[in-house]
Design a protein around this ligand. Sequence first.
Ligand SMILES: Nc1ncnc2c1ncn2[C@@H]1O[C@H](COP(=O)(O)OP(=O)(O)O)[C@@H](O)[C@H]1O
Ligand SMILES: [Mg+2]
Length: 378
Amino acid sequence: MPAVDVRLVDVTKRFGDVVAVDHINLEVQDGEFFSLLGPSGCGKTTTLRMIGGFEEPTSGLIELQGQDVTWLPPYRRNVNTVFQNYALFPHLNVFENVAFGLRRRGVKGPELSSRVGEMLRLVELPGYEKRRPSQISGGQAQRVALARALINRPAVLLLDEPLGALDLKLRKQMQVELKRIQQEVGITFIYVTHDQEEAMTMSDRIAVMSAGRYEQLGNPEELYERPRTRFVAGFLGVSNLLQGTLEGGADAYAVIRLRTGIGIRVPRGLTNGHSEVEVGVRPEKIRLFAETADPPGDANVLDGVIRDASYLGVSTQYIVETSIGEGVAVYEQNVERTEHGSLHRSGERVRLAWSPDHTFVVRAEGEAAAPASPKPET
Ligand SMILES: Nc1ncnc2c1ncn2[C@@H]1O[C@H](COP(=O)(O)OP(=O)(O)O)[C@@H](O)[C@H]1O
Ligand SMILES: [Mg+2]
């Protein structure tokens, strides 16, 4: 078991009447890439600022590498931060920007040059030493900011939406780069973002936040395949959710009875004791069959009519009006070629089938506190 690097115990932060962070507990492992993911205003930055020492918790405890740092100022913590507006020193060149933290510690001469050189290699910017911040691109500036933050070898690096100012293509490149750099230096990263794809690309684990609390914590696959709340199901990708009531069932699967009487089988371990639930399935897990075909015996099946087919190149997206009266989204990979692109056409009667193992359950809205906004900000 790797050591715990960062621990938050029951941390709350209030600003007047606003509860920005609401009794959060967290253990980040040494060397982990951990993300806080959630919509604007859910408390991500406040959590990060408390770990960095820029904000004091109203109550609770913060530990870094086993030491209580709750009341220590930022410079007494072995932590560094990269912000979205990373503000390089405009009058210093790239070398001096990266060297800044070392010079303050009295490092100079060959050791200074070699350590700055090592950092610039890490972020793939050798040859840019003499340039000013105004003479490099946004992506390069972000790399300099990263090198500057890493040069003092902090135990933990905090990153607050550091790629927010970059365009989509560059952001995607930098996500892969960041992951590589994190693995190379082995430093614990705590990364804040409202972009689910970004969090999923890089993170070992993700805490999905809403209104100052965790909705769910897990690795990207768990969060996507087995979301436990409507909020998480909607925040990470597209979900089809159907209302139903939990029934018994004799085997490894429980049955959720939909309004129309159709039973949907779900892994028993996912039912969580709630009786009014919503049963979910991701669009790409559903297969379409002809009206007359028989899907595999153990599959969950719904009958419907295709209302819309959109050919998107990689996949075709269908909206199917089902017998329970709700539109269900289905994504099919375009493996087979047909004259009109899509395999199925609008108006066609079809059967939807998917494995019980690809079915998840979330408690029905209203059974417990519901998140204010199920959509990520754009
Ligand atoms: N210094 C502050 N004073 C008052 N309210 C604040 C302050 N900082 C944050 N908040 C409030 O706390 C909540 C969480 O903010 P924040 O942590 O910045 O969220 P996020 O980073 O997830 O967008 C918001 O309602 C925000 O308005
Ligand atoms: Mg923020």
